[in-house]
Structures are given as structure tokens and as C-alpha cells.
Design a protein around this ligand. Sequence first.
Ligand code: PLP
Length: 965
Amino acid sequence: MSDRTVQHPAPDAGQAFGFADRHIGPGDAERGEMLKAVGYSSAAELMRAALPAGILDPGGNPAALRLPEAAGEQQALGELRGLASRNQVLTSMIGLGYYDTVTPPVILRNILENPAWYTAYTPYQPEISQGRLEALLNFQTMVADLTGLPVAGASLLDEATAAAEAMTLARRASKARSSAFVVDADVFPQTLDVLRTRAEPLGIDIVVADLSKGLPEGDAFGVLAQYPAAGGAVRDLAPLMAAARERGAIAVVAADILALTVLRSPGDMGADIAVGSTQRFGVPMGFGGPHAGYMSVGTALQRQLPGRLVGVSKDSAGRPAYRLALQTREQHIRREKATSNICTAQVLLAVMAGTYAVYHGPAGLRAIAERVHAHTVRLADGLRARGFTVLHDAFFDTLRVRVPAAAAATVDNARRLGVNLLRVGNDTVGISCDEATTDAHVDQVLEAFGGSVRPGAAASGADTSALPADLRRDIDYLDHPVFNTHRSETSLLRYLRRLADKDLALDRTMIPLGSCTMKLNATAEMEAITWPEFAGLHPLAPLDQAAGSVQIVRDLEGWLAEVTGYDAVSLQPNAGSQGELAGLLAIRGYHRHNGETGRDVCLIPSSAHGTNAASAVMAGMRVVVVACDDGGNVDLADLAAKCEKHRDSLAAIMVTYPSTHGVYEDTITEVCRLVHESGGQVYVDGANLNALLGWAKPGAFGADVSHLNLHKTFCIPHGGGGPGVGPVAVREHLSGFLPNHPGQPEAGPYTGVGPVSAAPFGSAGILPISWAYIRMMGEEGLRSATEMAVLGANYIAKRLSGHYPVLYTGAGGLVAHECIIDIRQIAKQTGITNEDVAKRLIDYGFHAPTMSFPVAGTLMVEPTESEDLAELDRFIDAMIAIKGEIDRVADGGYDPADNPLKGAPHTAEALTADTWDHAYTRSEAGYPVPELRQTKYWVPVSRIDQAFGDRNLVCSCPPPEAFEE
Ligand SMILES: *Cc1c(COP(=O)(O)O)cnc(C)c1O
């Protein structure tokens, strides 16, 4: 059916091209040229040659996708406006970790809506990521200062999962021989629920207790309290922290980031770990996310921190330079022994929150907190004057008010006045003030409660504080110049521009990162996410106020099930790693439901992504590695042997398809059969779905469950390392074991395994992106994107194969949507490594391909369908020119230690210095191909010393003097 020239979907009226023509780089003529180079007459012929017949339908035809006919950009945006208008944004005073906030317009436009920030990749190549690394260092410094704990990571996925990470960190670090984790009864309910989901498979006992009465008897490896408590109370936690430490338990505080500008810090009270959310620092609620969770720890725990950590090191010229630190903790290196499975985190949102602190500065943040507090005090006074009982005398922004038997009626009254309050049982109402609260809102809430001011009940005046005197804090934070310099918008605008200019993102060059699918994030897809109707919803707002957002969730669930061949989808997981955990928990739930509690072995091929092994451990499974053969394929003999050996304990296999080697293994149906025969379930990691969409469906060729990465295949931008959405898709028999959410029955099956994210629908705020992509591509568009992705990878493989070995291929010598360039032999012969090639590509203006995954010493290239032929050729020509340089090293023309590859990347400063004492010329270093004289990216630092930064860990902003000569 795709043998003809592709009939692209309907363009908007009066336009010659449809959206798919804009999304897909090569036009018809270029496509023909590429097909010719690869040796096929049509894309369909290529696909049929590359794909094993066993995964296609019996006629060898592409899979049909029953999707609505593709819409043009204007039509899709019109439909999104219609959906937006079905949402009703009331004033939200629900609280529970989500607060209205004002995103400074300069941040909204110049970060959230700026492709220089949102299209960047995770800063694994630090030299071209100095801008976002600096912004993340600001975030880390902000969190460290406010929490009073010196080492803060570069974001976690949300507050509830951060608390779960703190729990497992505590278990690793505590010397107490106990399986109990004590949690205060007054924590956010979703935090407790996520803790329970995560504790169960690990054999951790969650002990819920009222910690205001002290620590209960008995051993525990950790203790968690909320500060201020979910119900608003502000208590001195120091005695609790001390009691916990005395028993060898790790003390964790989940702290409100804004409250910390006026209240004593967790570190000061003796906490070992602080966690929380930075949502209210300028990041819209978005019906649940994405927002940056945070964690900070004392130095004793820094080497066990989960997730990414930015540190300061130095470059080859001795300049301070930023990089990701202590990566040996992480899943991509330590696999099942990693500190967590976190890969994609919440970088873009962390950058926003950190910049919010840069924008407001310490005094500005404190003024916001004081204003919020003043509104809360006025509300409490007004309610007391009307005869209501406010439960706590010491509070920051949240009240619990007694309304015997009238909670529902009061909440209804408020809703009629345009305000959402929180109903707590029948007798209590919760109210939280925030940055957006006004005097008028306070009056509306008072009106909703009704009653009249009692004679003689004088309001105490809003200037009185309800913060306990001994817990108040001076401005002892954020004294670094970055938080005290950019007060004018001009200054901040230029600072943001300066940072963005240091980085290479998709707005400047292709990012050919294998396994990461860095495709176009179209502007039309991005537009709706900042519309107030989508951005302004509280995740626990009544569903009838969120009809448009819920429709987007339902549409996407249906469309994703359709394109993958599965029966049910949950959009709750907020990264691929979390989708993996959810999928494995579904498998675990299924086996237990069948009485097979002993099934706990998870087979994982040696080539698997690190998250797979780390997720299996979190799901309570034992990892057994399956070998790969010389062709890079799952070794069927080894698989059969391991299935046999673990026949009674086999829970699942996790395979990536097409494989992480970028090959369509023709044994996949056999793999499924072997595992099923041994009683196991088949988990197909869907990160490589971009090589299948519209041709084959994992749910149809034998798999039981997959996670997808909407931030790869479905166009959510990578954001410099997040946000992501990692939906989990399952066949019918697993559908009862998907995630659910006690705060929202519509978010999953009542038989579900509990929540894996804080919010019922996960990062619902960015779902319009993937909705728009599918809506505008339609069946034909999605299929031709897949064909173009596969054609592009094969074109690169073909053209480079005369210069570098291409490691693995499948049928017909073809690859799937990515290819592995093998540098190992070259390294042996010349000393030039894959890292040298990656750094040299920077001099040519490119972001390096994926380095050393899945095979050490190689580069994995994934072009995606969005790159046009000119850009593919520019990359190929750069790689060929680099091979020429390598050849000169090999034949003695270049010094083996002092050549353009070993010296890469080259800064403008080095090239214009008065002395140049290298064995190659400046122009060879800076302008190896003539096109660079037209446009040249100048890298801000030279090669960064990785080991130095790990030996000398610095992970908050260095003082300005560090940058002086
Ligand atoms: C990206 C990726 C993951 C993890 O996804 P995150 O969203 O980063 O957690 C898992 N498996 C494979 C093969 C991937 O490429």
C-alpha cells in the first residue's frame, strides 16, 4: 500500500502540504535518491526486506491503524481549542502539593516556549550542554540552600516518587536491621499511596503513625514526616529527627519549598534527606504535571543519591566546567545495582523552577511566602470570627476547618463561587492559599463558609504571623550572585540567552542519538500546553471541570492501544522507567492473582537498557541475564536453557524490539513462544517503536506488555532530560493490574496495583503534544514516518559502511531505525576512541550519537524521519572527514597524541590565543570542512575532565572567583 508516492494527509485549506510533509524531512525526490542509494525501489519494499515476516500480518502487509483521518495544523489546533473550552478552570485552593503559581512571562516564553531549551537532550555530552548544566546547578543550589542539606540532585519525577526514592535510599543507608518505614499519618495521601505501591514488592512494611505524638515503639530503617503537614500544621521536627537517628533510622522530611523561605530548614532540624516538589516555583499545575521533584541529602549519603547530579569539574584548559557527576550510581552503568531506575527526569521544569528563584531572588521569594501566609492568617481569623474551629494554631498556607456534617455543602458553596476547596471526610474542609491568592479569593471562601462575624470577635489583623517563633528563619539562603543579579528583565533575558547559546539542541543540529529518537517537536504540537485551560487545572479538581483534558487522555489511550495492538493503556507513568515498573508490577500482580507467587525471575538480555534491570529489582524480581550471540541477537539456546532452569520461577522476559542493537531480530516470535511455554510473560520495551509504527504491533506479535516513550516516538520534547511520559500498554489479561489512584477512581482499574506517580493521570499537562502528533499524522503519516526513519538509518549505514564497520545488521544486511558504528578496531589500531570521535563531531557542529550503548566503544546513530537529506549528508560527510583524520593518525601524518581528534573540542579562545603549540593547524582544528565558515557553533569549554569532578565533588554554584584566571 505504500508502494506509491505517499498520499499525505489533508493539508489545511489553501495549503499545498499537510502536516506529515512538514514533520518528515525528506521530500519525494530526496526519498527516491535515498532509496536508490540503499538499493530498493520503494519504502514498502525496503520494509518488507527488513522486517521478519513473523511480525507482519499474514499477507505481509503493514498493520492497519484505525485512527481518525489526519487533520491539518489549524484544524487540530481548532479541535484542541474546543477541548480546552470543555475544561473549567476554577480558583484552586485544594493544596495537597499542588498550588497555583505565576509563571513569570520572561520564563514562560524564553524557557518553556523556547526550542533552544525544550529540544535539548540530556547533558551526557557536557561540553555542548554548559547552559542547561548551569541552570540545573542553580536548581541544585536553590534546593540545597532552602532545605539546609548540601547535596541536591538535578530533579526527580514528582514529590511522591521522590519520597519513595528516599525510602529505598534510607533502606540502603540505614544500619537498622528492620523492614519498617514509619510514615506520619499527616502526609499527602498520594505520597502514602505511592510509598505503598513501591514498598510492597520490596518487602518493606509501611507503618503509619501520628508522629506528632512521637516515634512509635519498634525498630525502623527510616521515618518520613511532612513539613508543614498535609493538614497544614507546622511543627518542630527536631525531636522526631533526633529520636529517629537514635534508633539508627534515616530521617526524611517532605518539605514545601515555598514554606522553607520562612521556616527553619529540614537540615537544620536534623533531617538526613529532604524531598518535595518545586511546582509552585513558577510551574503550572497542568492537571498533575510535569513538575520537578527534588531530593537533597547530607554529604554522608551523596554517593547513594538517586537520579542525576550536576557537578563542577574542569576542562583541559583548567576552566571550571559543569558535567553530570557520580554517574556510576546510575542505571545506565550499574544496572540492577543502581541507586534507582531513573533515567529521564524533569530537567525543563527544574530549569524553570531554578530560574524562578533567579528571577525573584531570596527577598522576592520570601515576600511571596509572606503574602501567602498573610492571606492564610486573614482567612483563619475570618473563620474563627465566624465561629469556626481552625484545627491548628501554627500553619503556613493551609488550614483545616471543622464544619460538622457540612463539609460537602461548604465545598459545593465554594465551587459555586468559583473556588475549589478540599473535602476531608464529612466534617472538615481544607484550604490552601498560594501565590495567586487575592483578597477577593479570601472573601469568596469566607462567603462559602457562611455565618456572620460574632460580636466582639475582632480579627487579629493579617500582619500577625501563625508561624511558631522558634521555627522562623532569616534570609540565610540564595546569597550566590546568580540569585541576586538578574533583577531587571533585560538582565534575565540576556542571561537566559547566554545560557541557551552555549548549548546544542535540535534547533541547531540533528541529534542522532540512538535509542532516544530526537525527532521534530512541532510548534503546533507545543502550542496548547501553555493554554490556561490545560495548564491551570489542579490534578484533584473534580473531573467535570476537566472534561477536555480527560477526553485527551481517553483519545490517547485508545489511539495508543490501536497502534500497539494492546487492549488497555495507562498514561500515569511519568517516564519510561516508571512505565517499566508499572508493566512489571502488572506482571507480578497477574502471577500472584493466579496463585503463582514464586514467579520472580526476570530474564534480561545482556544488551538491554539499564533501566530494565533496575526496574526489575524495584518490582521485587531477580534479574537473570540472557546472552546475545555474535550477531547481537538474543541467544536462543541460552534463552531455552534459562527458561528450563527457571521454569517454576519465571516471571517475565524484558526485550527491546527492534533490539537495542537496532536490528529486527527474526527470532522474536520464537522468544515469545519459549517464554510463554515456561509460564512467563513477555515485556517488550517500546523505546524503539519508531521502527514499527504502522507496520507491526507488539501486542499482535506475541508480547503481553510494553511501555512507550511519548518523549521519543510521540514528539514530547526531551527538555534537556525530561519531562517524559511513559505509558504502559497491556493485553487484556493484565489490564486489571494497571496503575490506579485512590484520589481518582477514573484513573485506573479498581483492582489495580496502586499509583506509580503522584498525579492520577501523570504528566497530563503535556499530553496535548502527543495528541496533536497522532491527530495530524494519521495512519498514513505515522506509517511513512516509520518508513522514513528506517530508510534514513539504512542510508547512513550504507554510506558510512565504506568508512567504518557497521556492527549489526539483520535480514538483507539491513538495520532498523538506528545503526551502530564500531570504533573498537580503530581504537586498537590508532588510539582514537569513540569518545574522540564524539568530541570531534562538536567541532563540526554536531551533537554526538549515543556513546557506548548498547556496546562499549561504539557510536549508535538514529537519524529519525525529521532530518532532511541535506542534514543527513552533512552528518555523513562529517563522519567521513573524521575518518580521514583518523587515517592520518594511522599513517603517521598526525601525531598520535596531539591531533585534532584528541584535542577536540576546540574553543574559540584556544584557536585565537597568541600561542598555538599543537602539531596541527588552527584551521584544521576549527574549520575542517568549508561549510563551517558560514555557520559555526563555538563550544564554550574544551574537553572536560570527568574523573577530577568525581574526586572533588562540588554540586552547587561555584563562587564567581572560580572563573577568574
Ligand atoms: C529511553 C529508554 C528507556 C527509559 O526511558 P526513560 O523515559 O528515560 O526513563 C528504556 N529503555 C530504552 C531502550 C530506552 O531507549
